[in-house]
Design a protein around this ligand. Structure first.
Ligand SMILES: NC(=O)c1ccc[n+]([C@@H]2O[C@H](COP(=O)([O-])OP(=O)(O)OC[C@H]3O[C@@H](n4cnc5c(N)ncnc54)[C@H](O)[C@@H]3O)[C@@H](O)[C@H]2O)c1
Length: 319
């Protein structure tokens, strides 16, 4: 099995790589679990090399918006592609044209280079939704993105479904809610400010939460994402959801609940409340209840509770 991961150096890409290397294999062209023999890890930044005896690993470090990097990547035949590389909201709003070159063009090029209908798992986002959504946002609600990032995710979902209809790839997209808890230092992006509400006290640092205690956020752990990606990857084509796209069901938790769970897990940093209107406005634009009617029967589940999300972080934070 030849597997390609883009965005392999990121928060979820690293976790996915480690999980893949810990498994016996994934479903291959034969329809059965096959061992991974070749792994190509692509990212703009550095990619840590996983422990993977017997697997031939190649790292392609470079900008996917750069023709020569993309050409190198497209020259690698693959049976399965996990496409995670993306410019996120902040940068996509600054330079939408460059963001298109990172977020959309590489998927098209990788599809054009595909041989033998490989499986393609795409990391989509809750950001495809916008406008006046219902209390519960399920898989089949029509995307109405309100950001450049969300627009690119929605475009890619359509490209993936259309290329699958043509039999060029077997594409599957998983829309992710806010994934906690990203390790490291607090970044100036809203999703990381949410993560910091738990990460900072767990790491023994005080934090002024930019959201009020009653604010509700739809969240999932990195572990739930990786299980969701691999579960979706291994499904036989006749069990795929409509439009080949699925919401990863989220837990809906309040800030107060998150802080209490961190305290239960032994957090020593203190969280104070300092609501910031700009952060509150962004969070108010996210669906509070992000659900899936298709995920459960396919074995794709939300985290058990917020304590499980913290446990997932504590078990993997040094990565
Ligand atoms: N983490 C979340 O809360 C969340 C929520 C919804 C969707 N997603 C999606 O999941 C995927 C992975 O997210 P993540 O949290 O690991 O993000 P991340 O920023 O940690 O990882 C993304 C990786 O893509 C790489 N990348 C960015 N631009 C690139 C370029 N021009 N060329 C090559 N590589 C480039 C980055 O270097 C980074 O390592 C992304 O597609 C993201 O949109 C994440």
């Amino acid at each position: 099995m030849r597997v390609l991961i883009t965005g392999a150096g990121g928060f979820l890409g690293r976790r996915l790589t480690r999980e893949l290397m810990s498994r016996e294999g994934i479903v291959g062209p034969s329809g059965k679990v096959e061992p991974i023999t070749h792994l190509t890890l692509a990212d703009l930044g550095p990619v840590p090399l996983p422990e993977a005896p017997g697997v031939e690993i190649e790292v392609i470090q470079g900008d996917l918006a750069d023709a020569s990097t993309l050409e190198r990547l497209c020259a690698r035949p693959y049976d399965s592609l996990f496409h995670l590389a993306s410019q996120l909201t902040f940068h996509a709003e600054q330079d939408p044209d460059h963001a298109w070159a990172v977020n959309v063009d590489p998927l098209r090029a990788l599809i054009a280079a595909a041989q033998g209908c490989p499986r393609v798992i795409f990391a989509s986002s809750i950001a495809v939704f916008g406008g006046d959504f219902p209390a519960e946002v399920a898989d089949d609600l029509a995307p109405l993105p309100e950001t450049t990032y969300g627009t690119h995710k929605a475009v890619n979902e359509l490209i993936l479904a259309d290329a699958s209809r043509h039999g060029r790839i077997d594409g599957r997209a998983l829309r992710l809610p806010i994934i906690l808890i990203r390790p490291g230092v607090t970044q100036p992006v809203v999703s990381d400010k949410v993560a910091a509400i738990v990460r900072e006290p767990l790491e023994g640092r005080d934090f002024a939460a930019p959201l009020p205690p009653e604010a509700v956020v739809p969240v999932a752990s990195a572990g739930a994402v990786v299980r969701g990606f691999l579960n979706l990857h291994d499904l036989p084509p006749d069990r795929l959801p409509p439009k080949r796209t699925l919401n990863l069901p989220a837990l809906s938790v309040t800030v107060a609940h998150m802080v209490a769970a961190a305290a239960r897990a032994g957090a020593t940093g203190r969280v104070t409340s300092a609501p910031d209107p700009a952060t509150q406005a962004v969070v108010a634009g996210w669906p509070q209840h992000f659900i899936s009617h298709h995920a459960g029967p396919l074995g794709i589940a939300p985290d058990r509770d917020f304590d499980a999300i913290i446990a997932d972080y504590l078990a993997h934070r040094e990565v």
